[in-house]
Design a protein around this ligand. Structure first.
Ligand code: FAD
Length: 440
């Protein structure tokens, strides 16, 4: 069996490695158009801010590693430009020479990921305007900061990348203004939790401008839709991503309603022996079963492993996701899972919510407050979603909620959980217990 994989970051390498574990004899080839492979995108903001000193620690694996450990041939700097599913052939362009050649497969995995989505802005092509998706982008931003010593930056977008960049650019003594086109910050949070977070950030003197967009970028300033002008030396567009689906679409692969590649639970597309995984695919919600586009590294690794397993005879199936996300901004942690109140209402649920502000530990262990919003279905009492803004211990609470929601827990079950307690870790009644009591 010959397997070709397109894309060598999270989804593609997971698929290839799992296929090799299941099948010693397969010939496995990965084509990747960029230079860097199998890296941790999630660590890139921290390289820019200096917390990660050496970018090589984020790119620990190279083609030689894959050859030695898995007997997989990775060709970087090679772009797959066409897929012919009838002949089972991909056309590959070697980017250093421009030469093209065909390669045939028995099975194919499309793991082409996603690309930053940048709204058309006049002046957006200048060298002080950046996006952050891959290692080369991070190198460019860091080089610009080190060499040009910018004093002021504007970041567009208040998703997790916008906020992670805010913290890391500020770590370089650069003054930052963050601009959001919506009337509230951070897409995963409901209005109330977003304004709770915004108040804390404002107390930290972070400048947040909402309800506006960048319409023009000049060499030393940006112009906003409300005609305000902001002086700045660098701009980071953290305005979202879109799935890379062109090759798939051109070859007749079905896209789903979100615009990403449609796959079944076994990562199979509508074409025979063509699989897809990672940020280029549409997945589905554990709660509603409906299609969602939730491009995250956690899901890319999982769906990659499933694709690799299935194509080599395994039985894995994807079970959906809750869109769980977590990020750090300064001393704060922001996490969410499941449906927001707004999403739940749009889906027709009769929701009941609670907001519960409690310390993560006793005062004598320097406990700090966290705010937990719980969203439940009034009729079935099932927990639908949770959002948390706090300082310490948010990660463990959100993962408890993820587990509960995954297994369909009801609100009243929260109080009865036998959670671990000792003062260095939590309070006798944990914030999770209180969420159950408040919703009673
Ligand atoms: P990608 O990483 O996009 O890789 C796809 C690869 O395919 C690319 O290298 C691309 O060059 C290649 N490719 C595309 N087309 C072709 C072609 N035609 N021929 C050859 N090669 C091709 N997720 C989390 O879960 N938690 C986090 O904390 C988190 N933080 C993040 C922080 C940042 C700054 C960024 C950018 C992302 C973060 N993510 C995080 C998201 C996570 O990195 C992605 O979900 C993950 O990288 C997706 O992996 P992928 O392999 O599907 O796609």
């Amino acid at each position: 069996m010959k397997l070709i994989v397109i894309g060598a970051v999270a989804g593609g390498t997971s698929a290839a490695a799992k296929a090799r574990r299941n099948d010693d004899n397969a010939e496995i080839v990965i084509y990747e158009k960029d230079k860097d492979i199998s890296y941790s995108s999630c660590g890139l903001p921290y390289y820019i801010g200096g917390e990660v000193e050496d970018i090589d620690s984020l790119t620990p694996r190279d083609p030689a590693f894959f050859k030695k450990k898995y007997n997989i041939d990775v060709f970087h700097g090679h772009e797959v430009v066409k897929l012919d599913p009838n002949q089972k052939v991909v056309t590959v362009k070697k980017l250093s020479t421009g030469e093209t050649f065909d390669d045939s497969y028995d099975k194919l995995v499309i793991a082409t990921g996603a690309t930053p989505f940048v709204p058309g802005v006049e002046g957006g092509e200048q060298e002080h305007v950046f996006v952050l998706r891959n290692v080369e982008h991070a190198r460019k931003i860091r080089r610009f900061i080190d060499e040009k010593k910018p004093k002021r930056a504007v970041i567009a977008g208040t998703g997790f990348i916008g906020f992670e960049m805010l913290e890391n650019v500020m770590a370089k003594d650069i003054e930052v203004t963050i601009v959001e086109k919506m009337s509230k910050i951070t897409p995963n949070l409901d209005e109330d939790m977003a304004s709770y977070l915004e108040d804390i950030l404002k107390k930290k003197k972070i400048t947040i401008l909402k309800d506006t967009t960048i319409t023009e970028i000049k060499s030393d300033k940006v112009v906003l839709a409300d005609e305000q002008e902001l002086s700045c030396d660098m701009i980071i567009m953290a305005t979202g991503i879109k799935p890379n689906v062109k090759i798939a679409e051109d070859a007749g692969i079905d896209l789903g309603e979100t615009g990403a590649i449609k796959v079944n639970k076994r990562m199979q597309t509508n074409l025979d022996e063509v699989y897809a995984c990672g940020d280029c695919i549409e997945t589905f919600s554990v709660i509603t079963g409906k299609p969602v586009y939730r491009p995250l590294g956690s899901t890319a690794n999982k769906t990659g492993r499933i694709a690799g397993d299935v194509l080599s005879g395994g039985k894995l199936q994807y079970r959906g996701n809750l869109g769980t996300s977590i990020y750090k901004i300064f001393d704060l942690t922001v996490a969410s899972t499941g449906l927001s109140e707004k999403e739940a209402e749009e889906l027709g649920y009769n929701t009941v919510t609670s907001h519960n502000i409690k310390p993560d530990k006793p005062a004598y262990f320097n406990g700090t407050e966290m705010c937990i919003k719980t969203i439940a279905d009034r009729e079935t009492e099932r927990i639908l979603g949770v959002q948390i803004v706090g300082r310490e211990g948010v990660d463990k609470r959100i993962d408890v909620f993820v587990t509960l929601i995954t297994y369909g827990a009801k609100v009243e079950e929260l109080f009865h959980l036998d959670l671990a307690y000792a003062p260095p870790f939590s309070t006798t009644k944990d914030p999770i217990h209180y969420s159950g009591m408040i919703l009673d």
